[in-house]
Design a protein around this ligand. Structure first.
Ligand SMILES: [Zn+2]
Length: 238
């Protein structure tokens, strides 16, 4: 798709993506992890890139401030331990850990997640495994439903993984990857990410036609996209 370089312009860290499809304009976006990405045509010079950043400096600084504030508001614990709050489908669950022998066990009771932790087992790893199972249920349910969309031919090939910089992606072969961390966000936001990736099965880009398709099937997609930003700290935790 092109080359990626990281650089600093006017004390702002940027990632420059050279893109053959881009003809003239330089595009600026923040990825879910809060990195500023510049989509740049192949023939753009260093001066062109610098002036794009300088021209949008106010906007960039505003966005960086907003992202920082949003992170500060995160109620979720950063350490997984007994009594900690962890995110699940937009709610918080309190971990209640008991030592035990035999098999590890996790059971959700209301807003508590009861965990029996055998000696020597890693709690964080156990919680991640639980997230994976829950995510598998929710993701596959949404993808099965998506097979009704006119351009989707059967349930698409997909997988989940913990990712640090994106909520989802779609390969050129049409294989969808979803970030397991999504299971911490409300279902409506997961629906948005799933639909976004499904729209890539028809349009392998972010063209107006891509957004047209998204808009048609989810008129409030942009609101959901913005809501998802609140969960960026979840991604950064890795
Ligand atoms: Zn996309």
């Amino acid at each position: 798709m092109g080359s990626v370089t990281r650089t600093v312009i006017d004390e702002i860290a940027v990632e420059v993506r050279r893109n053959a499809r881009r003809k003239t304009r330089i595009g600026l976006v923040f990825d879910p992890a809060g990195h500023l990405i510049l989509d740049v045509p192949f023939q753009a010079t260093a001066a062109d890139i610098k002036s794009a950043v300088v021209e949008h400096k106010r906007w960039i600084h505003h966005r960086l401030r907003v992202l920082k504030d949003e992170m500060r508001d995160q109620p979720i614990s950063s350490v997984v331990e007994d009594g900690a709050l962890i995110g699940f489908l937009g709610e918080s669950l309190r971990l209640a850990v008991t030592d035990g022998s035999g098999r590890a066990k996790i059971e959700r009771v209301g807003n508590r997640l009861n965990i029996r932790l055998p000696e020597g087992r890693d709690l964080a790893a156990l919680v991640r495994r639980w997230y994976r199972t829950q995510a598998a249920d929710v993701f596959s349910g949404l993808l099965v439903r998506s097979a009704q969309l006119p351009w989707v031919d059967g349930v698409p090939a997909w997988r989940q993984q913990f990712m640090k910089s994106q909520w989802g992606s779609c390969s050129v072969k049409g294989r969808i990857s979803l970030n397991t961390h999504l299971i911490q966000t409300p279902v409506r936001l997961i629906e948005y990410v799933v639909l976004h990736e499904l729209c890539h099965l028809k349009h392998m880009n972010h063209s107006p036609r891509f957004y047209g398709l998204l808009q048609k099937h989810m008129p409030d997609w942009d609101m959901r996209r913005r809501e998802l930003r609140k969960y960026i700290p979840v991604l950064l935790r890795g």
